[in-house]
Design a protein around this ligand. Structure first.
Ligand code: CP
Ligand code: NVA
Length: 307
């Protein structure tokens, strides 16, 4: 059966651990100058319905460094479901390339691509989840703290795609994840329930809160993301009035005595969800995290490869 990478829910802790180990090996090999062309002659189609810096460049460089080729298909190029149906796009691309990565609005689009493509499909962000980001985040935490088990991560801000994947990924790996959001911006209840069930098995925990100060008191890591995700631009004004208490700034960080690092998937809106002084300060892991998109995704690309 082909291997897709659509959501972390589809994996267990052992598989995630194997992917993280592979990512670490590939990162070390690259830095030691002994990277192998594990995907020589393979190609990846990259469908983008939304803008990107990290996802686009890290997937393209991952394929290049592994000896393969990546094809960027811009938002205007395919017009998924408009110019051509998603099942037809999936079946046509499957005749040309060895894998598909897609950044979409509706999560059902990436599920449809996975259903109809005969080659593996990787979710490069949907309105619902961002599993490639969560893999890079787990890799970063593992590198910085030496373990994932019992690490206490507090996410502040919008209960969005990035939080959904962190809840599931953290729960799988035995972390204690707190999501602090305004009441109207909680993560999806079904995802929280799924993450809670996974946390029960792993020894981790999931908690939702509304008070940012209480939420960070015992945190090892603070994490935030934009208040307005791609596609929600017309809600910006309303969102900008709900989220300021959740900003990661020096005053807030000072109230968390065990904070070892601050994370953000980027792009950052400096002065909104995070201040310059924290983003550029001594606790910032932002750019290590961005680098790890490359290494984590190499592991995913090698994992989904069909022999
Ligand atoms: N974090 C992330 O996915 O960044 P891009 O939107 O630039 O790809
Ligand atoms: N939540 C953000 C993540 C960007 C990488 C968005 O969907 O726009």
């Amino acid at each position: 059966m082909k291997r897709d990478f659509v959501d972390l829910e589809d994996f267990d802790a052992v598989q995630i651990e194997q992917l993280l180990t592979l990512a670490t090996e590939l990162k070390t090999a690259l830095h030691d100058g002994r990277a192998e062309p594990l995907l020589a002659g393979r190609s990846l189609a990259m469908i983008f319905q939304k803008p990107s810096l990290r996802t686009r460049v890290s997937f393209e460089m991952a394929m290049y460094q592994l000896g393969g080729h990546a094809l960027y298909l811009s938002p205007d190029e395919i017009r998924l479901g408009e110019r051509e149906s998603t099942p037809d796009v999936a079946r046509v691309l499957s005749r040309y390339v060895d894998a598909i990565m897609a950044r979409v609005f509706a999560h059902s689009d990436v599920e449809q691509l996975a259903k109809w493509a005969s080659v593996p499909v990787i979710n490069g962000l949907s309105d619902y989840s961002h599993p490639c980001q969560a893999m890079a985040d787990l890799l970063t935490i593992l590198e910085k703290l030496g373990t994932l088990r019992d690490v206490r991560l507090t996410y502040l801000g919008d209960g969005n795609n990035v939080l959904h994947s962190l809840l599931v990924g953290g729960a799988l790996m035995g972390m204690h994840v707190v999501g602090a959001t305004p009441p109207d911006y909680r993560p999806q209840a079904e995802t929280v329930a799924r993450a809670e069930r996974l946390a029960e098995q792993s020894g981790g925990s999931i908690r939702l809160m509304e008070d940012p100060v209480e939420a960070i008191r015992e945190a090892d890591i603070l994490y935030t993301d934009t208040w307005t995700s791609m596609g929600q631009e017309e809600e910006t004004q309303r969102r900008n009035s709900a989220f300021p208490p959740f900003q990661i700034n020096e005053e807030l960080v000072a109230q968390g005595p065990s904070i070892a690092g601050v994370m953000h998937c980027l792009p950052a809106h400096r002065g909104q969800e995070i201040t310059d002084s924290v983003a550029d300060g001594p606790l910032s892991w932002l750019f290590d995290q961005a680098e790890n998109r490359l290494h984590a995704q190499k592991a995913i690309l090698v994992y989904v490869r069909e022999d």
